[in-house]
Write a protein that binds this ligand. Structure first.
Ligand code: ADP
Length: 328
């Protein structure tokens, strides 16, 4: 059976980008067709300046939202990365397989490292090595597929390279995984700045829709989305990125293709209004279910405890085998 691994970092409140790019497909497709593991990858939240209490709070919130969105612990494994030691054990072995040059080339390292330096902060070594930990997250479970948004493609490529290299040098140990992406909205952009992605770790702003935003906030953010100065509604990612982003969001919510949807509108206002209502309808049940689950934190903890046990049981034999293969 196909095995799937994916995760969410608790670095901020989950966004519509996380939902359309990843979480929704995990719920609607992946958990039904494969043996799937989904993790709150909290160790990755320590790669940049962080507040310990906030990371803990956001981890719980992310796990609660994953369940609220419809991940079913009877069908898949939901757990917190730091509860399973195998990730860090394997990460070290993979660090001994990776070269520093290939990590320095990672776009996210260059972007986030550059931002930290510009803000006068030192860059944590873990920001450089985080793609190796991500490779360990995936390879520990023998995942065949990694359903992610487009921004993670480069990291999955690195994971493949490390798996192949390890297998060649030390004997076949790891499955070589591949990234999968949703058909639309694999890269949701910031509504105020369509040149940058809607990221949860960015400063909360008017261009970022959070899964827990109330209906009026969602409406306001979408109605104020930046578009271009033309009048014609057409799907053109290069020349009309703001409009294309809205069309992709609408297509992801309602089904259909962004370019075909464009033909149904003769004004930006009408498109924004329909997109806003589609997003409100999409997020309403998630928000309601989140409120119910958040009222029972012990219930969420129990799911996570069981998830960690299952995950450990799956990861340990492969990680032990990697230790033996590399000479330990
Ligand atoms: P973030 O960049 O928001 O901190 P994570 O690194 O935790 O998100 O990624 C969680 C998942 O959400 C990944 O599969 C990532 O590709 C996806 N994702 C994040 N932002 C977006 C976006 N703007 N559009 C589509 N998918 C996204």
């Amino acid at each position: 059976m196909t095995r799937i691994f994916s995760g969410l970092k608790p670095t901020g409140h989950l966004t519509l980008g996380n939902y359309l790019g990843a979480l929704r497909r995990w719920v609607e497709v992946d958990q039904h067709r494969a043996e799937a593991l989904f993790s709150v990858v909290d160790l990755h939240a320590l790669t940049v300046e962080h507040d310990p209490a906030r990371v803990r709070r956001l981890s719980r919130q992310a796990a609660t939202l994953m369940l609220a969105a419809g991940l079913d612990p009877q069908r898949c494994t939901v757990f917190v990365q730091s509860h399973v030691d195998e990730h860090t054990r394997l990460s070290y072995l993979l660090e001994c397989t990776a070269a520093d040059g290939e990590l320095r080339r990672m776009i996210q390292y260059r972007e986030k490292g550059g931002q930290a330096r510009a803000a006068g902060q030192s860059v944590r070594l873990s920001l450089l090595t985080y793609p190796v930990l991500m490779a360990a997250d995936i390879l520990a479970y023998g995942a065949d597929e990694v359903p992610v948004g487009e921004d993670q493609t480069q990291h999955v490529e690195l994971t493949r390279d490390l798996a192949v290299r390890f297998n060649q040098r030390y004997g076949h140990t790891f499955t070589v995984p591949r990234a999968t992406h949703p058909p639309v909205a694999a890269r949701v952009m910031d509504l105020q700045d369509p040149a940058s992605k809607m990221g949860k770790s960015h400063e909360p702003g008017a261009g970022i829709v959070h899964l827990l935003d109330d209906a009026d906030t969602v409406r306001k953010k979408i109605m104020r989305a930046v578009t271009d100065s033309g009048r014609e509604v057409e799907y053109d990612r290069e020349h009309k990125p703001g409009l294309a982003n809205l069309l992709e969001i609408l297509a992801a919510c309602e089904g259909g293709k962004p370019d075909e949807l464009a033909g149904a509108y003769d004004s930006y206002g009408a498109l924004k209004k329909d997109t806003a209502e589609a997003v409100v309808d999409l997020l309403r049940p998630v928000r309601e279910r989140h409120a119910e689950l958040a009222a029972d934190p012990a219930g969420v903890d129990a799911v996570l405890r069981l998830g960690a046990e299952r995950a450990r049981g799956l990861a340990r034999p492969r990680v032990d085998a990697a230790f033996r293969a590399i000479g330990l």
